[in-house]
Structure formats: structure tokens, C-alpha cells
Design a protein. Structure first.
Length: 435
């Protein structure tokens, strides 16, 4: 397994957004292991963090964007492609405007800036998303495939079909993604637009600050007042866009991707399906595997006992950051006698209690030898979304948000199969263990 990486030093960039033309300053900062890629909008008060993951994708024309509530980060693909090529796992990217700088329409400025920072290996293993089953998405005449591969890393083939447009034609490009290949063959490939499209966009006030010398504007004879950096620059830039879009998964993807005329929207749909397919495969594997903590070990850590011990086993623990436990719900549960006779439903408060207990097991990774015990203090944003019935297997997931000397906070969710049945933000007080 590879170790996770972050950048060694901070770096700054500034420029204008490709679509908006707005000035923006960007600060790249190292981040701890398992942070992932996080954008932070510092121009809003308070600052808003937007983690790179499929749930935060928002739909935009001709670009990729992420959002949290009403706060967005636009045109992220060129930056994310450079991060993917350099195999950076953890980084914080602060920006003081909505759109990342466009520079010359390529990923080169992001790539060289981050490359100069150097990379630090971290004391945590990388957790790539490995494509284990074929996925195909088609829309009209466009298609994109995710396929298993015997080799490590990401292999991409892109078929760009502009046969109806003599300035571009048909171009096919294949590559294995790595730093050297990206630097030599992909990082300098620029975004392109047909002349008619450019006129329509500028009439709508989009990219009004740009001219043919700033990006590739192509008519039937080729680039206007410009020239190609590669004979097949258009397809190479499509590969750059695809690499950046795939990094929206939140983790590196391993496998083979084959695309035909695919754009950002189709790329993003594939990412969502690849992540969901991987999650289901890992869930099946973990549910059938040997527990990380069995019931004896759980009883050693938690003070709860029958009938109030609501975690049967723990199947995953990521240090003191994330935990996944199981509660097997049977008809013999004591609470079904009165909730409700004839229509047994697990009380929502007990689902939250189970989440609190699995959170306590997570905090125990740090507290076990400190003489401290996590006691539930507050419950916020609690939502019971679906009923839990006899025979269900309740999957309990808790992720540590903040852990301090006297208090700790967890983001929790309970699932049955693929359905989220409850969510909650739980805060704990860390007290002396007198039991």
C-alpha cells in the first residue's frame, strides 16, 4: 500500500476566473492525513470549507464545481487534475473568490506550483477506489466506461470525435496517469471552444475578458490568432478535464476509463456511480469479514450492559477518526414488547443511543489509557428518516469532527442496507472514568 501524501510547503497563486473574469488569490496548505482535498472560501464570514467528494458536486455548464449550501467553488477541474497527477491525498486550498484562476486554460500553472512545494509522505495508508466491476453510462451519442484493470493506477483512453468540424477532426489519446507523463504530455493542453460557441458565450457576458490569444478559439481552419501546442491538443485537454473530474471521487481511482465525446456532466455521473459501487463492495466485504472489535472487547470498553448495549460488533476503525459498527435487530429485543405491539419499530432514541455508543468506541481509541470516558452531552441535527424493523441489520457510522481535552464531537449516521435511517451530530463531555 502507498502512503498518503501532502505538500511540504505552502504556495500562492493569483489570477482571474476563466468564466467570471473575477480576480482571485489562492493559498495551498499542507493538511493532516485523512483530511482529503478541502477548498475553503475565505471571502465569506465565517469561512466555509467544501470537501471534495461526490455529494458536494453541483451542476454547471462546461466546468466542474462544488458547493456547500449557497457557497460554491467553480472550475475546479484543472487544479484537481494537477493534484491527481502528483498523487496528493491531503491538501487545503483557500481562495477569496468563487472561481479558481483560469490562467491560459491549462493545468500547467497549478501543476508546476504544487510540484515545487515538494511532497511529504504521511503516517497513513492511501485508500484508493478500485474499480472491480464494469460501469457504463451513455447519453445520446456520448459514452463513458469504468473497467477493472490488472495494473495499478489509472489508465485513460479518450476518443474525441469532431469529424463534422475540420478545425479539430477526430483525435484519440491513451495514457497511464503518472507525474512524468502528465508533465510532458498533458499539463500544458488548453481548454478550447468553437468560434460560434465563443461568440454566444461572450454575448451572454461569459469569458468577456478573454480573446483568441488567451485560449484556443477554433474555426474550420484551426485556432484563431493562436497555434496548437500539440497536434492533438484538444483531446489531451479532454483527458486533463477527465482526470480532474475523476478526482471528485475524494480519493484516487484505480482502473481503466474509456470515454467517447464525454464532458463534465457525464464524467461526474460516472464518478458518482464508481464511488457508490465501491462503497457497496466494501460494505459486503466488511459485513462478512472478521470483526475488528467483538462483543467481548466492546464490553471491556463500554460500561453498558443488557438490555442497553446496542453495538454487537465493530467492523471498521480508522485510527481515532472513523468507525463502523453493527447492531443486529431481532424480534426478541425488549423494547419491541411495547413499541409497538403488532407493529414493532425500533425507537428513534435508541438508534441515536446506538450511534452514541459506537462514537464512544471510536473515542476509546484515544481515551482508553487516559482514564477518561465519553458521556453524551448534546444531540443536534437529529433526523429519523426511516423505520428500523425486526430482522434489520443496523450499520452505525461515526466520524470524529472535533476532539479536545474536555469535549468531542461526532457526525453520525445509521443505515440499513443502502438506506440512511438516521443522522445526528453528537457532542460528548470527556469525564473521569469512575466505573
Amino acid at each position: 500500500m502507498k502512503q498518503q501524501k501532502t505538500i511540504k510547503t505552502e504556495a500562492r497563486l493569483s489570477g482571474r476566473g476563466l468564466f467570471s473574469g473575477a480576480d482571485v488569490k489562492v493559498l495551498f496548505k499542507p493538511a493532516p492525513a485523512d483530511t482529503g482535498i478541502v477548498f475553503m472560501r475565505t471571502d465569506v464570514d465565517p469561512a466555509v470549507s467544501i470537501k471534495v467528494r461526490p455529494e458536494n458536486i453541483v451542476q454547471r455548464n462546461r466546468r466542474s464545481a462544488l458547493g456547500s449550501g449557497e457557497v460554491y467553488v467553480e472550475t475546479s477541474e484543472h487544479c484537481l487534475a494537477a493534484i491527481a497527477a502528483l498523487e496528493i491525498d491531503n491538501i487545503t486550498i483557500e481562495l477569496d473568490a468563487e472561481e479558481l484562476p483560469g490562467f491560459d486554460g491549462s493545468s500547467h500553472e497549478f501543476f508546476t506550483t504544487l510540484q515545487k512545494c515538494g511532497l511529504d509522505s504521511q503516517d497513513a495508508e492511501q485508500h484508493p477506489i478500485v474499480i472491480s466491476e464494469s460501469i457504463c453510462i451513455t447519453e445520446d451519442d456520448k459514452s463513458i466506461y469504468a473497467l477493472p484493470s490488472n495494473s495499478d493506477g489509472l489508465n485513460i483512453t479518450y476518443d474525441l470525435d469532431y469529424t463534422q468540424h475540420t478545425g479539430i477532426g477526430r483525435q484519440i489519446y491513451s495514457c497511464q496517469l503518472n507525474e512524468a507523463n502528465y508533465e510532458e504530455n498533458l499539463s500544458r493542453a488548453r481548454t478550447f471552444v468553437l468560434e460560434a460557441e465563443a461568440m454566444q458565450m461572450q454575448a451572454a457576458g461569459i469569458g468577456a475578458h478573454l480573446g483568441p490569444k488567451d485560449i484556443l478559439v477554433i474555426n474550420s481552419d484551426g485556432p484563431i490568432k493562436n497555434s496548437y501546442r500539440y497536434l492533438d491538443e484538444c483531446v489531451r485537454h479532454k483527458v486533463v478535464d477527465l482526470v480532474g473530474d475523476l478526482r471528485l471521487a475524494g480519493r484516487p481511482i484505480q482502473g481503466r476509463i474509456v470515454a467517447y465525446k464525454s464532458g463534465h456532466a457525464l464524467n461526474q455521473k460516472l464518478v458518482t456511480q464508481v464511488v457508490e459501487s465501491f462503497r457497496k463492495a466494501e460494505q459486503r466485504k466488511s459485513l462478512s469479514g472478521k470483526p475488528v472489535l467483538d462483543i467481548k472487547r466492546i464490553q471491556h470498553i463500554l460500561p453498558h450492559r443488557y438490555p442497553f448495549l446496542l453495538v454487537d460488533k465493530v467492523i471498521e476503525i480508522e485510527a481515532d477518526r472513523r468507525i463502523k459498527g453493527i447492531k443486529n435487530v431481532t424480534f426478541n429485543e425488549q423494547f419491541f414488547q411495547g413499541h409497538f405491539p403488532g407493529t414493532p419499530v425500533m425507537p428513534g432514541v435508541l438508534i441515536v443511543e446506538a450511534l452514541a455508543q459506537v462514537s464512544g468506541l471510536l473515542f476509546a481509541q484515544k481515551l482508553e489509557h487516559t482514564g477518561k470516558l465519553a458521556v453524551l452531552l448534546t444531540m443536534d441535527a437529529v433526523k429519523i428518516r426511516k423505520s428500523v424493523l425486526p430482522g434489520d441489520q443496523l450499520i452505525l457510522i461515526a466520524e470524529a469532527d472535533k476532539v479536545r481535552s474536555r469535549a468531542a464531537k461526532c457526525d453520525c449516521k445509521a443505515m440499513v442496507g443502502d438506506d440512511v435511517v438516521a443522522v445526528a451530530q453528537l457532542k460528548f463531555m470527556l469525564v473521569d472514568d469512575e466505573i
